[in-house]
Design a binder for this molecule. Structure first.
Ligand code: 6R9
Length: 632
């Protein structure tokens, strides 16, 4: 029987057991899945050498656990409800059997196009069932999926395709998100000019707009699946074979392709989904994320399917056609579990409460939060007005690299506290580190958050750059995984994540590297150098501030800002546009040439009193000059 914790006492008990014998704990969890052959070794490797393996030698196909296994028991149960961008558009439900057949059909299509085990397939699609079918079909044939959020630019898409040498691209003609239209096929065409490895493009119809067509390369989804068989024998994978790559921003350089493998990721996402959300058979679970982010991978696609849950695939945005959209959907499908990001809550809080009150939200049992720290005001609004004061909030802390939820309340079981991710899941050992790289013991302390022991869901490498993997996560504190987050453990031992301590921004729950944005802005012919920092923002959590050194003073600042926005949108995507720009003569640099961002962050936040020690700067006078300048 798989683990399904039902009381706080049991949680504490299980946590203790997991600490006493980690291997036994995870082996038990893994034993609840269908494996074609059992593993030779539960676990090997560690953070010292970054050679972590789980369930090695075990043979499986993850889709047999997500789909085939359910056919005889819940084949007729709804796996997904698809809710389109506009409430009046065509919506549909898909049972587990239908999903299984669709995945098999598409797996056959992929194989007929020559995609083989280990090949990379890039998916750049609207939030529709076909996105999920594409990912699962890749997993079924052993191809590695790389889903790219359909808000990224052609250049970002091209970089991600090139980095992993993807052989195929699956996309839509276009998509609608709120009242915006995104021409996915045009963007793909532009990206593919730079991507010689892509031999086939499969286009799924969504907007029916005119698109260009490359004969011999492009094919329609609906034509290809027409005669494909609905039966497919899944390809056997080793537990440690790659499952997917997902690109995420780091503090330096271009985005990294975080790699997850089949066995460990399966065990971890399934276990965390079941215990955190406590979804039962009749429940309707809705995670509002996009499948282009890790939350979508783990808690729209994989975790819920392993557990036979009914989920919602939502194509839209919270404020279209109006700010009642989320609550309209909750009422319509009698959603029981609702999982979203603080930025969405804060955005909706700014509208009239009538948008919430208009709908019957009494079906809700559990609310979830993910992506960034949730401020107390948003927590209370969510709790009182959405949850009617009766639904526990699970504030789930985790990362692309962790594969699944790490620190979180178990719904209805762990006593919650606003702003706290509360306690680690059994099997996870968080530690706080001081500046000297030593563990900080006891409670009522703050430090950098590390994880002490490997868990099955941890990313195994950065695609094509294992050195960077070691450097980023395993070198700051030898023998530990470093999360990049700061954290406080209060008197009761509860964890509160305070935000990134590295050069990663979290804008509306999206991770962006400062270096990435700086590099994009530096492409402007009139820009000499840029320094990006984040500053607090009421809705986005954090917003982007650019300090720019120009060659010549721009004649018109507003025009300059527009040019910068256009450039950033082209190179990265609209989410990376700086909200504020200030033109400066110099940047505060240390003698070793590093930008002292701490000072710029204070200036951006208009906290000019406590700039701290600036004596180590090469030229401390630049700080005064920047303080006096004005942003636009
Ligand atoms: C799942 C996801 C990871 C970063 C992480 C942290 C922040 C995520 C949080 C949270 C406070 C929470 N973060 N969940 N901070 N409380 N409940 O968001 O992955 O996109 O990789 O971002 O997001 O800073 O390090 P990812």
């Amino acid at each position: 029987m798989w683990l399904n914790i039902k009381s706080f006492e049991e949680y504490k008990d299980v946590y203790r057991q997991s600490e006493e014998d980690r291997k036994k704990f995870w082996e038990h969890e893994a034993g609840t899945f269908y494996w074609r052959e059992s593993w030779d070794k539960v676990h090997s490797g560690g953070f010292e050498n970054g050679d972590i393996k789980w369930f090695e030698g075990g043979k499986l196909n993850i889709t047999e656990n997500a789909l085939d296994r359910h056919l005889n028991t819940i084949g007729h149960k709804t796996a997904f409800i698809f809710e389109p961008n506009h409430p009046d558009s065509f919506r549909r439900t898909i049972t587990y059997r239908q999903l299984y057949e669709d995945v098999c059909r598409f797996a056959n299509v992929l194989e007929s196009k020559g995609v083989e085990k280990g090949d990379r397939v890039c998916i750049y699609m609207a939030m529709t069932p076909e996105l999920i079918i594409s990912a699962l079909a890749c997993a079924r044939i052993g191809a590695v999926h790389s889903i790219v959020f359909a808000g990224f630019s052609a250049q970002s898409l091209a970089e991600r395709i090139q980095d992993c040498d993807a052989k195929m691209l699956i996309t839509n003609d276009g998509l609608r998100r709120g009242d915006k239209h995104v021409p996915l096929k045009d963007i793909s065409d532009e990206a593919l000019e730079e991507c010689p490895t892509v031999k086939n493009v499969i286009v799924c119809q969504r907007t029916n707009r005119d698109i260009d067509w490359v004969e011999g390369r492009d094919e329609w989804w609906h034509m290809l699946i027409r005669n494909a068989s609905k039966k497919h024998t899944a390809v056997e994978m080793d537990a440690e074979d790659p499952l997917f790559i997902l690109y995420t921003s780091g503090s330096t350089g271009k985005p990294k392709g975080v790699l997850h493998t089949c066995g460990g990721y399966m065990v971890y996402t399934s276990y965390t989904f079941r215990n955190v959300f406590q979804v039962s058979e009749e429940d309707i679970y809705w995670c509002t994320a996009d499948a282009g982010w890790i939350t979508g991978h783990s808690y729209i696609i994989y975790g819920p399917l392993f557990n036979g849950a009914t989920g919602i695939i939502f194509e839209g945005v919270p404020t279209y056609p109006d700010a009642g959209r989320f609550w309209e959907v909750v009422e319509k499908y009698e959603v029981t579990h609702f999982y979203t990001a603080p930025t969405a809550i804060r955005a909706l809080m700014s509208y009239d409460l009538d948008f919430v009150k208009k709908y019957d939200l009494s079906s809700l049992k559990v609310l979830g939060s993910v992506g960034e720290p949730i401020n107390e005001e948003a927590w209370h609004w969510y709790h009182d007005h959405v949850g009617g004061g009766k639904c526990p909030i699970v504030d789930t802390w985790w990362q692309t690299e962790t594969g699944g939820i790490m620190i979180s309340p178990l719904a209805g079981i762990t006593p919650t506290k606003p702003g706290f991710a509360t306690l680690p899941l059994p099997g996870i050992t968080p530690v706080l580190m001081d500046e000297n790289g030593k563990e900080i013991g006891g409670n009522g302390v703050s430090g950098n958050l590390c994880i002490k022991h490997p868990w099955p869901g941890i990313a195994r490498t950065v695609w094509g750059d294992h050195e960077r993997y070691l450097q980023t996560y395993m070198s700051s504190y030898k023998g530990y995984y470093f999360t990049g987050d700061g954290c406080r453990r209060d008197e009761e031992g509860y964890y509160r994540i305070t935000g990134r301590v590295d050069d990663v921004l979290n804008v509306s729950g999206h991770r962006l590297g400062t270096a990435e944005i700086e590099n994009a802005i530096d492409e402007h012919p009139n820009v000499v150098e840029t320094a990006i920092v984040g500053y607090p923002h009421d809705i986005k959590g954090e917003s982007i501030f650019a300090f720019i050194i120009c060659e010549d003073q721009p004649k018109n600042k507003e025009d300059f800002k527009k040019e910068i926005h256009k450039l950033v949108t082209k190179i990265i995507g609209p989410i990376a546009k700086p909200e504020k720009i200030q033109i400066v003569a110099g940047l505060p640099k240390t003698r070793s040439g590093k930008i002292m961002r701490r000072v710029l962050r204070k200036i951006a936040a208009n906290d000019l009193e406590n700039l701290g020690d600036t004596s180590t700067l090469l030229d401390p006078s630049v700080v005064d000059e920047i303080k006096e300048g004005e942003a636009f």
